[in-house]
Design a binder for this molecule. Structure first.
Ligand code: ZN
Length: 281
């Protein structure tokens, strides 16, 4: 299943550029609010497998965040071997966890204001929790994941680094700093849910290329660890970390500039584009 947020209404993608309105097609049983689907995910997913129709045309500019109002957003730092090496961090025995405050979450094709000239990219696989989840094992964790999408953990490095301790949560939560989309894909649609190619680029300049199989802590291990401490709620997001190639670790450093378009992609999911404007622009 590919599930989108079309102009604020849940929509099932049935073909390239065509989607069924969930509320109308289900006779009002599900939707239209995309967020509410996750509270009854198993019933919705079962219905969605039976839904059919030609759908209506849409373009990416019609789409919002597949999960527009997550109650909790978890993010994991230095979770790829090569990125930990470029950042100079020794391996940790537990995942480095912070939050992106939920108001930073936006959809595909979004225009994000650059608050400074030190804003960095981090392409990440983002998992969406499909059930209330407390103390699940890694072996059972995929059963608690509704689907995955493409995310950008945009990061303002001045706020992050200005003090003696890193301020990940604040520096990564400016308005619009959590682009997600273009849609949610259920794990059964993926070529290999534990090994997906991911990348981001600006124009022809490839910035990051990696595979999710290179995570230090796998997505199931992250769900096990997070849910050992926190009750995970339906519709919560987990940003799973970024591969090597961030701008802050380059020589010379390279950051996002106004009028650039960042193109992020994950195999089996799709492409997420984000544009940038100057502060106050
Ligand atoms: Zn990140």
């Amino acid at each position: 299943m590919r599930l989108a947020n079309r102009r604020g209404r849940a929509a099932l993608i049935v073909a390239a550029g065509r989607a069924l309105d969930v509320h109308d097609t289900s006779g009002g049983r599900f939707g239209p609010d995309p967020q509410q689907l996750f509270d009854d995910w198993d019933a919705f997913a079962a219905w969605a497998r039976t839904a059919s129709g030609e759908g209506e045309p849409f373009t990416v500019s019609d789409l919002g965040a597949p999960v527009p109002r997550p109650r909790q957003v978890f993010a994991i730092g230095v979770n790829y071997t090569e990125h930990a090496a470029e950042a100079g961090y020794p391996p940790d025995s537990v995942p480095v966890t912070f939050t992106k405050f939920p108001t930073s979450i936006v959809g595909p094709d979004h225009v994000v204001e650059l608050p400074s000239d030190r804003v960095d990219w981090e392409v990440e696989l983002v998992a969406v929790i499909g059930r209330r989840t407390h103390r699940v094992s890694a072996a059972a964790a995929w059963d608690h994941i509704a689907g995955v999408t493409v995310g950008q953990d945009l990061s303002e490095r001045v706020v992050q680094m200005v003090g003696t301790k890193p301020q990940f949560s604040l520096g990564k939560s400016f308005r619009g700093f959590g682009p997600t989309g273009p849609w949610l894909v259920t794990p059964d649609e993926l070529p290999d849910r534990d090994d997906l190619g991911l990348s981001c680029r600006i124009g022809d300049e490839i910035l990051q290329e990696g595979r999710t199989s290179r995570m230090i802590f796998t997505l199931p291990q992250l769900v096990e660890r997070l849910s050992d401490v926190v009750v995970l709620l339906p519709g919560d997001l987990v940003f799973t970390g970024t591969p090597a190639g961030v701008g802050n670790q380059r020589t010379p450093k390279r950051f996002l500039r106004a009028d650039e378009t960042l193109v992020s992609a994950i195999e089996g999911i799709g492409v997420l584009e984000t544009r940038f404007t100057p502060r106050g622009g």
